[in-house]
Design a protein around this ligand. Sequence first.
Ligand code: TRP
Ligand code: ZN
Length: 512
Amino acid sequence: MRAARPKQLTTILVAALMVVASCASDVGDPDAADNSSTTTSPSTTAAGTSDAAESSTTTGAPTTTADADAPTGEAVEGGETVEDPYYPTIGNTGYDVVNYELALQVQVEGNDVMNATATIDLTPLENLSRLSFDLVGMTVDAVTVDGAEAAFEQTAEKLRIFPKSPLQSGTPTVVVVDYSGNPDTIESGTRIGPIGWYDAVRASVAVGEPMGARTWFPVNDHPTDKATYRFVLNVPTGFVGVANGELVETVELDDGTISVWEMRQPMASYLATVAIGAFTLLDSEDGAGVDVYDAVATNELDGFEGDFGQTAAMLEVFTDLFGPYPFDEYGALVVDAEFGFALETQGRSLFSGQLVDGDGSIERIVAHELAHQWFGNHVSPATWRDIWLNEGFASYAEDLWIEFGRDGSPAQLELRLQTRAVNAASPAPGDPGGANLFAPSVYRRGAATMHALRLTVGDDVFFPLLREWVVRFGGGTASTEDFIALSEELSGMELDDFFAEWLSDGPIPEFR
Ligand code: TRP
Ligand code: ZN
């Protein structure tokens, strides 16, 4: 599902030229480096006619092909970038994904073996002679388009599909990709370290942000193409599969279990998760009418209540401040894995077991990931340059939880915000650069920016502004410019200079 307007042909041409440019100069995604030796030769295809190989040699040259078979005129090749300012190789244009159904059979071993089928419902936005998805490290075995076998090829970062006849703009289309391999992590190029599919002997988990979803399924891997998801997880006896959304079905097999999970609200690909391990599923205390179901690594159960017991109360405070919780249910997913972070996976936030010790010391992190469900997940960044809209908002929400849920002293909270921002003043949260996507300044100066805005426009504007932001952009994406415009609209103030100063890397301004 795409909030943005369909791209014009000229945009696609520019996009295609950018792909050529970025290949030639070898800029772009650092992940490419790992695989580049295997990249350029197309690996095609039982299904393939020789068309595929021929098409591949024209990649990046003419971007339109008049197709004699096309009933409704000229078809174009889908673009292979959405021109994200930080990650120029991710995302693809020419279509809008509506739903991903991911049927994954996983042998959980030292090096997981996955056999998978992705059924991708999409709407073409152009007549397409060719389209692509992001996919790294997995091997595609077969592709069909509306039931007909299609030729395909893989590069280090893309799966290119050549349908027998062009896709028709606006006509719902089903692409089925059979693929397999050993899903793995890739470098994120940020201080978060590796992202993608983590495997360990007793647990496996997918962590996507910012562009690791492509390590385990073919995906339009950019927040601008949100979709609903259905996960069909086939895991061996002794393991439990967990994913985003609601558990709708469980089937016991002789040698394992199939569980089916549905995320029915549009989700950005970086928020998709699957975890396979020894989990206990808990029906926890509801909050603000939201059902809470947690999936907890069984060896972390002892500390769980001590660290997550405030979730219902947090739901009450945040729904008061931000508006209704945007998804069908909430919960935590605590995994026995070594990445050491938490990630706001949609509807069920992911926490490394390393964080859990039962003494309540991660209360701020628990609040942070919950707040992301509104800020980041329901309203997602238009580009990765807009990351402070995620991390600054969620970090400030920690303070709002302390203020409204814990009767925190406003003066003390303010001092803390100020001190932390001064100690993490740069890089500029409004444009930190890809390597600094998760730099402390994005979180801390971002949070202080929110507090400064509150003091500037007053509570009577600030809190309605948060709710209007969620109403207006929920289900889609929004940019820093959108936030400035809405702030100006609701306050009647001129705020360009305010945001320019706060979101820069200059000295931290006084709050008043
Ligand atoms: N968004 C996470 C947070 O809440 C940070 C993060 C980004 C992350 N990418 C990740 C955590 C990958 C774990 C894995 O601040
Ligand atoms: Zn965060």
